[in-house]
Design a protein around this ligand. Structure first.
Ligand SMILES: [Zn+2]
Length: 218
């Protein structure tokens, strides 16, 4: 029996995510690097993010050192990596000035002016670490991470989370974008107020409830 797929999200009608999609004009281009095993694991979370942001690309792989698509991104943008590595700079409410600083540092190295883009790794901590270790080009990028009050605010109920500091990639991307794009405006970014990204976070909460309803034990 063939399953009828939604023409927009390409998912079975019963699991269609279209009612959870927000329409957000993000200023910073977003590139999600998705671990191959996450494609079936994330239950449409990255699809929801990609369909909600007006400027977003998703590449699947583990080692991006030689990945043509990602190398093109590296050429056309100034990527900054959202990753809580040793040298990551914690984003604060005055996000934009930090972004300028990061960009300038990168420009000085490269001698070119390019639009900044945010690179997000989608995978468990272990898998993200592996992607980072394998992809030497990722290690060269300026790194940013979320402040604790946001990093620990996740509402991701579907998968078991090993660590306290474990947001979904969708939430992490929204908070990072909010801090980087709107951090210097008149309000503070909080888990309840992520500026123009809040509608997507609200829909994501409903999306999680929707996903839970598919569980036999729910
Ligand atoms: Zn759909």
């Amino acid at each position: 029996m063939s399953r009828v797929l939604c023409a927009n999200c390409q998912r079975p009608q019963k699991a269609c995510i279209c009612s959870f999609i927000a329409n957000i004009a993000n200023e910073l281009h977003v590139v999600v690097l998705q671990h191959p095993t996450e494609v079936s694991q994330t239950k449409g979370t990255i699809a929801l993010l990609a369909k909600s942001l007006n400027s977003c690309q998703v590449f699947v792989g583990e080692d991006f050192s030689e990945d043509d698509c990602f190398l093109q991104v590296m050429k056309h943008y100034q990527p900054i990596l959202l990753y809580p590595g040793e040298h990551a700079r914690t984003l604060t409410a005055s996000g934009m000035s930090q972004l300028d600083e990061l960009s300038q540092r990168f420009e000085a190295q490269e001698g070119k002016v390019r639009r900044t883009c945010l690179v997000v790794l989608d995978g468990t901590w272990k898998k993200a670490y592996r992607m980072y270790k394998l992809s030497k080009n990722l290690q060269q990028l300026p790194q940013v991470c979320l402040p604790d009050y946001l990093a620990n605010s996740g509402q991701y109920h579907i998968r078991k989370v090993a660590k306290k500091n474990a947001l979904s990639s969708l939430e992490a991307s929204c908070y990072a974008l909010a801090l980087l794009e709107e951090g210097s405006s008149s309000f503070d970014i909080t888990p309840e107020n992520a500026g123009k990204y809040q509608p997507l976070l609200n829909k994501f909460q409903k999306f999680n409830q929707f996903q839970l309803s598919f569980r036999p034990d729910y």
